[in-house]
Structures are given as structure tokens and as C-alpha cells.
Design a protein around this ligand. Sequence first.
Ligand SMILES: NC(=O)c1ccc[n+]([C@@H]2O[C@H](COP(=O)([O-])OP(=O)(O)OC[C@H]3O[C@@H](n4cnc5c(N)ncnc54)[C@H](OP(=O)(O)O)[C@@H]3O)[C@@H](O)[C@H]2O)c1
Length: 288
Amino acid sequence: MGKPMDGRVALVTGATNGIGRATAKEIARMGARTLIVARDPARGEAAAREIREATGGTVEPLVADLSSQAQVRALAAAVRERTGRLDLLVNNAGAIFAGRELSVDGVEMTLALNHLAYFLLTRELLPLMQELPDARVVNVSSVAHESGVIDFEDLQLERRYGMWRAYAQSKLANVLFTRELARRVAGSGVSANALHPGAVASGFGRNHPGLFGRLVAIGAPFLSSPARGARTTLHVATDPGLRGVSGRYFSSCRERTPSRAARDDGTASRLWKISEAMTQTQTRPDPT
Ligand SMILES: NC(=O)c1ccc[n+]([C@@H]2O[C@H](COP(=O)([O-])OP(=O)(O)OC[C@H]3O[C@@H](n4cnc5c(N)ncnc54)[C@H](OP(=O)(O)O)[C@@H]3O)[C@@H](O)[C@H]2O)c1
């Protein structure tokens, strides 16, 4: 008997560790040709090999530092070159930064990696998805979005940086991006959903200096495994019953209502336009 994702192509970011790696493994096991993204070639190769050996699936590593817009564009070009289609895009790679850092493009790092990379990679890959009857964009957000605020006056936290402020804002941006994307692709075969994976013992926060890093290490035994943390992503990515369901937010494999701020269409639309400007992806006006 065939596997449920035979003939399909999937791309998972942040698949060298934690939730992304567990997600990629199950998708490969389900028969999809699975492309995984790593910023470090050796870690990408090692993850691909381990997943192949565990599943017998087709797994191909691609290299990109997703905080760099040029590398996101190059990654999308590599995907376009290799595959004529993309059935599933899992935007998962994310991090929290103890201090304010800038990406190579001069953008605050949390915003660059956790939000703009999701935005730009999706925009670049949508043409591969739009002709398909059931193509899915899955954005890994967090319950942390509930304390997030999109501060349009200081989006890059130049005036007052706090790692949780930056992280929560970026995770709220994931839900708002999902909402606006779903609105814009409505009527096509593409759906977009966001989710909270649970509290998962992963690489997340592990390398942080000071109290946060220590708390993460102490709390690890009480958290879910990465395999468990991948369940909601896999549910949203593959459940046949969710075909056509779009613009929603999930947690524990169930649809939930995200925060009030995450349901604000005005904020979603404004964030989209700013994200376009920050990634130079504005739709050109018709010259006529
Ligand atoms: N863990 C939790 O409890 C939790 C809760 C809510 C939401 N989340 C979300 O779940 C997602 C996955 O997190 P996780 O817990 O699995 O964390 P993780 O174990 O630290 O994994 C993060 C992944 O992202 C990759 N990555 C980081 N920076 C990158 C960059 N600049 N370019 C390319 N890849 C990069 C990492 O690659 P390297 O191997 O090279 O570091 C790794 O594969 C994140 O979006 C996070 O916000 C996690």
C-alpha cells in the first residue's frame, strides 16, 4: 500500500534539531520527498542521513542561514530548480536572542529570523504551490504570541530591547502573517495555518547565558519530547480533514482562538506591507 505523502514534496526549516527535525522525520516516513534546511552543511548532512536511516525516506539537505534575505532567496531558487512543485512548506526555524543583534541585512535578528524569513521564503515559494489542489503553509508560532505586541513605532526594538518582547512580537507576527496570507490566497489550493507546538525540550534557549539558559536546562525533564512537540505541526501539515482549512491557529492538535491582537486584520495588513518593504517584495503596480 502506498504511503500518505507519496509523490509529494515538502520543505522543513530548522530541521537539524528539536521540533523541526522530528517533523521532517515523520514527513519523510509518510513518503514525501523531504527537503530540509540547515545553516550548517555538516549538521544538515548529519540530520538528513539520520532521518533517511530511520525512515528509508528521501531526504535532501539544503543550506541557508535564514536570517539573511539573500540566502533565503537563494534557497528558494534551489528549491525551484530541484522540484517542480511544493506541497508543504513548514516554516519552523526560530530562536530567542538574549541581546539585540542585527542580521547581515541590518535588521533586528528576532524579527529577521522568526518573521521575515517565514514571510520571504513563503512569498518566494508560493508560485510552486499555487497550482496544486492541496498545498499547505504551516507556520510554527507559539503561545508566547499572546503577550506579544506589534510595535509599529519601534518594530526593531531600537529604543527598548527585551528578549521576550522581541520573541513574543515575532510569534504574534507569525499568526498575523498566517491570517493575511490565508486571506490573500483564498480560492487557490493553498492553505496557511499557524500553531503552538507545546513546551518542548529542544535546543531552544539552551545556549543562553545567565538565568534563562539555566532555567531551560532545569526545566527540560518536565517538557515534552521533540516528537511530541511535532504532533500539532504534523496534524496541520498532513491531516486530510484539514484540507481547505486556512487562516487558523492550532495547539495540542486542536483549533484554538489566538489572542485578540492576533485577530486584528488592520494590524495584519499593515505588518504585511511593512514586511514587503523590508524584504523588497512589493507587488508592482500594473503599469497601465
Ligand atoms: N521549544 C519550545 O518549547 C517551543 C515553544 C513554542 C514555540 N516554539 C517554536 O518552535 C520552533 C522550533 O524551535 P525548537 O524548540 O525546535 O528549537 P531548536 O531545537 O533550537 O531548533 C531551532 C532550529 O532552527 C534552526 N536555526 C536557528 N537559527 C537559524 C538560522 N539563522 N538559519 C537557519 N536555521 C536556523 C536551528 O539550526 P542549528 O541546528 O543550526 O542551530 C535548529 O534546526 C521555533 O519557531 C520556536 O519559536 C518552540
